[in-house]
Design a protein around this ligand. Sequence first.
Ligand SMILES: Cc1cc2nc3c(=O)[nH]c(=O)nc-3n(C[C@H](O)[C@H](O)[C@H](O)COP(=O)(O)OP(=O)(O)OC[C@H]3O[C@@H](n4cnc5c(N)ncnc54)[C@H](O)[C@@H]3O)c2cc1C
Length: 460
Amino acid sequence: MTFDVDLVVAGAGGGLTAAIRAAELGLDVLVVDSDPNFRRGNNTSMSTAMIPGPGSRFQAQAGIEDSPERFIADIARKTAGSADARIATALAHVGAELVEWLADQVGMPIELPTDFSYPGHSAPRVHSVPGRHGSSLLRHLLEAVERSERIDLMVPARLTGVEARDGGRIAVVETPDGGREEISTRAVLLATNGYGADRELVAKHQPEIAGAHYHGGEHSRGDALRIGGELGAAVGFLDAYQGHAALSASAQTLVTWTAVMHGGAVVDSGGERFGDETTGYSEYAATLAARPGGRGWLVFDERVDGLCRSFGDYQDVLAAGAVRSADSLPELAAAIGVPAEPLEAEIAALSQVEPGETDRFGRSAATPLRAPFRAVEIIPALFHTQGGLLVDEHARVLDTAGDPIPGLYAAGGAAAGISGHGAAGYLAGNGLLPALGLAYLAAGHLARSLPTTRTPEGAR
Ligand SMILES: Cc1cc2nc3c(=O)[nH]c(=O)nc-3n(C[C@H](O)[C@H](O)[C@H](O)COP(=O)(O)OP(=O)(O)OC[C@H]3O[C@@H](n4cnc5c(N)ncnc54)[C@H](O)[C@@H]3O)c2cc1C
């Protein structure tokens, strides 16, 4: 039996990883993406480009001890044991290989930020690229795609269905001009992200965040759920999502949570704090959404401002003029329109937490904030959904009996992730790791399953 290609990848975000890896292993690949602006519009391009790689050589070079097991324990802790252990284990064990492969084979300038810690990670393990922005990450993936003679890219083209034929799959692809193509392939990878752009699905599965601003790809329309569902796929964790409590209200860009981790505080319109911000930015989105007016202010100081400047997103927030400055807290309060007394009391109380102790919300001691101060108005946002098609450790989509559906893989937001239920289980980097990691595993599995390809020994 001959096929047009070995693999059709639907979605040119994290899915590009599968294309590059499959081509490297000798397979011919077609990538389709429905969004003509996917380079700036998909979630991978919008991200902060943070990818966990526990046990990587970059950590070893920085003298950091870490392991997949330690990461798995962090995931279990953050999700209260509700994450899919099989997928968490598979991704924890491929993370280091993935970031090293991105550096060595894709040519990505991978670096390991050690200047701050993300909530819930017990070791600095989220790797990134200079500028810490997904547009750079995606550009490097696309450059590798363009270098490969085995990969074709078809844009805009939407995968609308997957059918069985002749022991393989037919990928049905439609173009905006009304065109329709049937591409025969050994397998299809659904890398079409989740359903954050479908407000009805969000309202149904994640009512607590449904009213918040959606800050993710407009083509995340739940296509994988529909296409997988037609093939009998099982779904899970549909209530899981990544929120973010710190989208700049005026710049519509991310104020990095690094500002909080370095000592910043979130106050509401009354100038009052309302929780332990360091638990995590994802769950704090719903907490902020529930405050009066559904918005607040991230308050920090000049020192923290300096520490955030390595993030491209923060530079954009600065450039948009969204960062307010003042020499004292009363002046800051006047500038941002909150009552001065509670604001001063909150910042003073935070600075008085002794090492080893916690404040009334359970927040540990932080470096005290000192004049001059800064503040950015923030709104909560939904970034992406985390539930989807259930997959196994090779990214094969499972049916409702738990058996793999032949020739069908899923990765990233299309698949159920490793964040358990709700918003609280999200650990920084656990959006991109399932996106790139499951795509990488899918390509390796497909190559190994074909007798004609030469898969390097030990390759996943
Ligand atoms: C501001 C922001 C910051 C973030 N920072 C991080 C971070 O630092 N670390 C982290 O781990 N996660 C982060 N995330 C989450 C992360 O971006 C996502 O989890 C991840 O990028 C999802 O990758 P994906 O490949 O599943 O989806 P995407 O990158 O969105 O790619 C899906 C692609 O599929 C296309 N598509 C959709 N339907 C179809 C169809 N039917 N046919 C063809 N194409 C289709 C879309 O056009 C899109 O290009 C962030 C998210 C946001 C919004």
